[in-house]
Ligand binder design. Structure first.
Ligand code: SF4
Length: 317
């Protein structure tokens, strides 16, 4: 079967300047492998700095991997030019305030990808823009306005129309609702779910918000310091989280600290540092279930019954 996305043992390293001018490597993505069937939604969750946005940029072809390969629709991204990539895969970013050019009309913004491809006559391009705007709930009157004259939710609808106007197969959504009010978040999520069903889209959906991921994903990958430590179908993962990190993330949603207004992650103060990845299991300094071997032995990926877990406590099938 050809998958919509296939990520094969992908690494991405950056060089970070330290105080004395020396550089040290940061492995933002550290050996990630997964494949996503067409029409599915893979939710990628984890704390900030876990590598999920770097993974999104690798899959969009905005960054090359240091090693490994990304295939879209069975073809390597490395062999595609920008226009080809744009026809297959499109992004929707977090911030609709900065992702739209404030000096262009809405219809011009949505028409830009079609103009860049240049393979439709102008009149047909204009029709396609208006069709797509209507589909996301933006009227022809609003199409004449500038981004500053729209609400946050309307701007995100415009960003979605721009992403879909080329009829891509895959949409990479990087925190698409986190800059919006809670009531508007639900509308945008419902719109994305509806468009996926109607147009047969595949989504890679990056979020730190587990409730949002539970609502839209078919499969969830949990990232920690550049690696996927657990991956499973959405209901399995939420019903029986197996990796201690997934368990802590889910517990943090269930036990919010009302005094602070933020979830209690229950993992202590040791925030993960991608410039200093611990030996053995990278989660061991924070893991409530850690035992002596965890500091020395890196766990294998255990795959069983459609679930992947990277923990020494997971039993080999
Ligand atoms: Fe925790 Fe050890 Fe499992 Fe790592 S291998 S998640 S430290 S129990």
């Amino acid at each position: 079967m050809t998958h919509a996305i296939e990520v094969r043992n992908v690494y991405r390293e950056f060089q970070q300047r330290s105080g004395a001018g020396a550089r040290r490597p940061v492995r933002a993505v550290d050996g990630v492998t997964f494949s996503l069937p067409s029409g599915d939604v893979l939710g990628v969750v984890g704390e900030s700095g876990c590598g999920k946005s770097t993974l999104a940029r690798l899959i969009m072809g905005l960054l090359p991997p240091t090693s490994g390969e990304v295939l879209v629709d069975g073809r390597s991204l490395a062999g595609m030019d920008r226009r080809e990539r744009a026809r297959l895969i499109q992004p929707v970013f977090q911030d609709p305030f900065s992702s739209l050019n404030p000096r262009q009309r809405i219809r011009e913004i949505v028409g830009l990808p079609l103009a860049a491809q240049g393979d439709l006559p102008k009149a047909r391009q204009a029709d396609r823009v208006m069709e797509m705007l209507a589909r996301v709930g933006i009227s022809s009157e609003m199409a004449e306005r500038m981004p500053g004259q729209l609400s946050g939710g309307q701007r995100q609808r415009v960003a979605i129309a721009r992403a879909l106007v080329l009829h891509p197969r895959i949409v990479v959504c990087d925190e698409p609702t986190s800059a919006l009010d809670v009531s508007v978040q639900a509308q945008i999520l419902n719109l994305l779910a509806e468009l996926r069903r109607e147009l047969g889209l595949t989504y890679l959906f990056i979020s730190h918000n587990l409730a949002v991921v539970e609502h839209i994903a078919t499969e969830v990958a949990v990232m920690y310091l550049g690696r996927i430590v657990e991956q499973a179908p959405v209901h399995e993962l939420f019903r029986t989280p197996t990796h201690p990190y997934t368990q802590a993330l889910l517990a943090s949603v269930l036990t919010p600290d009302p005094a602070l207004g933020i979830p209690d992650v229950g993992l202590g103060d040791t925030y993960p540092d991608p410039t200093n990845i611990p030996p053995g299991c990278r989660f061991h300094p924070r893991c409530p279930s850690a035992f002596a071997e965890c500091a020395a032995t890196m766990p294998d990926n255990i795959r069983k019954d459609g679930r992947l877990v990277e923990c020494l406590l997971a039993v080999q099938p």
